[in-house]
Design a protein around this ligand. Structure first.
Ligand code: ATP
Ligand code: MG
Length: 679
């Protein structure tokens, strides 16, 4: 049941505002998303049919959570027929019913990044530009950018003195033509074509405006021009558009998000009712003060006066760790102690970082300590194919009788042992009752084995045998692993197989992370050897997060790991903000080569404001890169937080002690929290 009295007066006036444009411009944790869910419930209670309600947001997770919250308030039946979705899934809906008007068939496919890459490469080859300096990725990026700004292939303009843009001008129309021939659209087309349909067909526009009488958009600060245009079209006629957002949390400029959409809303929609929310219900006073202190360094923003009546709470702890492994260890210690002290669940903790590759050290430590976790927006490190491939080598070297791993690598990277030959080897091994490893050693006896394949098998045997010997030298484990990498040329193989160059780069980086993991093991272990390392790794093979079942993962009581970008809109009692170092946060350079310090600061603000009760910030003095240690510098954002809010520590043993009174006030908060969670 939903009760208007659970809202403050400003929230209530937003929720009960039924007609005309509404802008809710407010800081983090002030209840913007809650206003949307309550407004949906209120509209239903006022008798508005579910089909007339449209609520849009940016990620699937956020859309799902929003739908769940509404269901909890008014029951599942009352939500049937409403659309609570991402912009892109709204685009799919519109195209599914109407794309024939653009000359496509209704069973169109949606091209994901790898398909797009392949197509662009083919087109480059076709026009004889496959050796040009621009790669497929760069061209796709430009095309995507054009589409986000509603620039079609016909209207694309060549920029002076920009050779890439003239290449794009040639490729873009061919790309669109080819997509159409394949009856396919790409991700950006979902929105651009939706806009085209509504602009070119008055009857469609009329239908959709009539259908969606009540529209709401969360995280409005991150809309880009095509999304803005779509909203403007859908709201034409009734202007029943309610948008909520926070200019301080705009973090998608690199994808064309335009902050002026929110700042100019009042001008674009005359008669807009503007409501500001200033009470923060999420965080303690200290956390809020730190967030405010950081974000005020951005020049272009609307001034906000966020306050909370929840008391100062514990200070923010900053831990300067010796290295990345120490950082992960300190987070684990804190999870154990805070969980015990405040009767928390694992699900109350989140570890946030700027780039996905930072998850490795945390995952390793979480697995080591048997703490369940969920990784959002990334694959678990040791479950990644490229990591499993390398580990399969190590396992085979350690134990050639391990046939699962042996078969995994027998022809990886490709060495000319085809599937037919592998089948013959397996059959011979079964018939003769000898191990695969033995068969490979005497491969010439296998019937119908051609000479070249036999030679490939023997050289595989030679390779494994040599590494069996080399890995026996405990002092050279890291070097031997490095030699294995370079001998196998795994990076080349990844670039050959992975069509998306960015993905290939990430996979190669992941493999390099494995060197760091080995080097950590060596540092920590008195008598290291390959078997010991593999033992540690195989601990990680234990499924701690339920088998590939996304739903059960979400319900599992587990620590959450995710990037700052994915954390938008979410909240956790305890947040660890990791890697507060120059180069990480602010990040050096995104792959799109834009560096915007204000956007990095907004990311930091998003991270800080996810915390409800306790915020830990961590950074390392040095980190491993390619297995070597590199000096790091503390993030500039740290120095923007007043010392009075921070409790700094370089020594983990003294880090946890708080003055008595603060500890007491913190625990009363946590007692409330654990009551809330029914602990
Ligand atoms: P963000 O900017 O991070 O997206 P938000 O403004 O959308 O934050 P919400 O997530 O809606 O904020 O709310 C933050 C927290 O405050 C939630 O736990 C919500 O339930 C709580 N909250 C919001 N309004 C109230 C209220 N009037 N009384 C009690 N709790 C509230
Ligand atoms: Mg929100």
């Amino acid at each position: 049941m939903f009760d208007l009295n659970s809202l403050n007066p400003q929230q209530r006036s937003a929720v009960t505002h039924n007609k005309g444009p509404l802008l809710l411009l407010a800081g983090a944790g002030s209840g913007k998303t809650r206003v949307i869910t309550c407004r949906i419930s209120h509209l239903r209670q006022q008798g508005v049919p579910a089909e007339q309600i449209l609520a849009l947001t940016f990620t699937n997770k956020a859309a799902r959570e929003m739908a769940e919250r509404v269901q909890e308030m008014i029951g599942r039946n009352a939500t049937k027929g409403m659309v609570i979705a991402t912009f892109h899934s709204l685009g799919v809906r519109i195209l599914k019913s109407n794309i024939d008007r653009l000359g496509f068939k209704k069973n169109f496919s949606i091209y994901a990044s790898a398909d797009q890459q392949r197509l662009i490469r083919d087109l480059l080859r076709e026009i004889g530009a496959d050796n040009s300096s621009a790669d497929a990725d760069q061209i796709l990026w430009r095309i995507s950018n054009a589409k986000n700004h509603l620039i079609s292939a016909d209207s694309y303009q060549v920029q002076d003195r920009d050779p890439v843009s003239s290449l794009v001008a040639t490729i873009y129309p061919r790309y669109q033509k080819a997509l159409k021939a394949f009856n396919a659209v790409d991700f950006d087309d979902l929105l651009m074509f939706s806009v085209q349909l509504l602009e070119q067909h008055a009857d469609l526009l009329k239908d959709y405006c009539k259908r969606f009488q009540y529209q709401m958009v969360d995280e409005y600060q991150d809309t880009n021009p095509v999304q803005y245009r779509l909203l403007k079209l859908l709201a034409s006629g009734h202007s029943n558009l309610c948008v909520v957002g926070d200019d301080d949390q705009s973090i998608y400029a690199f994808r064309g998000a335009d902050i002026s959409n929110i700042l100019d809303f009042e001008h674009d929609f005359p008669g807009t009712k503007v409501i500001k929310l200033e009470q923060n219900y999420r965080s303690t006073g200290n956390i809020l003060a730190a967030a405010n202190a950081v974000i005020k360094n951005n020049q272009k923003r609307t001034e906000k006066a966020l306050w909370t009546d929840s008391g100062a709470g514990a200070k923010i702890e900053y831990h300067l760790c010796t290295d990345g492994e120490d950082e992960a260890r300190q987070v684990m210690e804190k999870i154990h102690s805070e969980k015990y002290r405040h009767k928390l669940n694992y699900g109350d903790f989140a570890i946030l970082y700027r780039t996905n590759s930072q998850s490795r050290a945390f995952e390793e430590q979480l697995r080591y300590e048997n703490i369940p976790y969920v990784l959002i927006g990334g694959q678990q490190f040791f479950d990644r194919k490229e990591i499993k491939d390398v580990i399969a080598y190590l396992k085979t070297v350690q134990n050639p009788a391990d046939e699962v791993n042996l078969l995994r690598i027998l022809n990886y990277p490709k060495r000319g042992i085809g599937e037919g030959s592998i089948d013959r080897i397996i059959r011979y091994s079964a018939d003769q009752n000898i191990s695969l490893w033995k068969v490979l050693q005497q491969v010439n006896q296998v019937p119908e084995m051609n000479d070249r394949t036999a030679a490939a098998c023997l050289s595989f045997v030679e390779l494994i045998t040599r590494y069996r010997k080399n890995f026996k030298q405990p002092l050279r484990l890291l070097e031997t692993l490095q030699e294995l990498f370079s001998e196998l040329k795994l990076a080349d193989e990844i670039y050959r197989q992975e069509k998306d160059p960015q993905a290939a780069k990430r996979r190669v980086e992941n493999q390099e992370e494995l060197l760091n993991s080995m080097s950590t093991y060596l540092d920590r272990t008195e008598a290291p050897n390959l078997a010991g390392y593999l033992e540690r790794i195989s601990l990680f093979d234990d499924e701690t997060v339920g088998k590939n079942d996304k739903e059960s993962k979400l319900k599992l009581d587990a620590v959450t790991l995710m990037s700052l970008h994915s954390s938008k809109g979410l909240e956790f009692p305890v947040v660890f903000l990791a890697g507060l170092e120059e180069g990480f946060l602010p990040h050096k350079k995104s792959i799109y080569e834009t560096f915007d310090i204000d956007e990095e600061r907004r990311l930091c603000y998003v991270g800080i404001t996810r915390a409800q009760q306790q915020l830990f910030m961590l950074g390392a003095q040095q980190r491993r890169k390619y297995g070597k240690l590199e000096q790091r510098e503390a993030s500039r954002f740290l120095s923007e937080i007043p010392d009075t809010l921070l409790q700094k520590s370089t020594d983990k043993n003294s880090a946890t002690q708080q003055p008595e009174d603060e500890a007491a006030s913190a625990s009363s908060f946590f007692d409330n929290i654990s009551q809330m969670f029914g602990d």
